[in-house]
Design a protein around this ligand. Sequence first.
Ligand SMILES: Nc1ncnc2c1ncn2[C@@H]1O[C@H](COP(=O)(O)OP(=O)(O)OP(=O)(O)O)[C@@H](O)[C@H]1O
Length: 125
Amino acid sequence: MLMLDVRKVWRSFRYAGQGIIDLFRYENNAKVHLLAAGVALGLGLWLGLTNLEWALLTMQIGLVWAAEAFNTALEKLADRVTTAHDPLIRATKDLASGAVLLVAIMAVAVALFIFVPKLALLYTN
Ligand SMILES: Nc1ncnc2c1ncn2[C@@H]1O[C@H](COP(=O)(O)OP(=O)(O)OP(=O)(O)O)[C@@H](O)[C@H]1O
């Protein structure tokens, strides 16, 4: 029978929340992404965005944070496997951080598409 264990769901949320707190508390790159998101949200509030632009911006911020979280998780797992120099660990970590970089580049591109025309309009009027 379909029975929902609400306490288990709540516990999972708490663990996930702790993961998010740890991410922004201990990971330097995540702090950079947090700052960048703050700047983008501030710019959005200042310049005024459409619902679709807010949706795109929010999505990009979420994607970068999630990629950073996955990257951090993989790094920790890799360090558990070995901290000795290892070509597969190097490849794993480079690929994971490459994924973050890809998403971050796309986020910058989306931000430019949204903000540049608005800033141009502001400074040409
Ligand atoms: N055990 C290892 N063997 C080989 N190369 C490694 C190893 N650990 C780290 N590296 C190399 O050093 C880089 C940085 O790894 P590190 O674990 O220090 O992550 P970080 O400085 O937190 O990087 P990131 O910016 O991706 O969060 C890796 O991308 C990889 O190229």
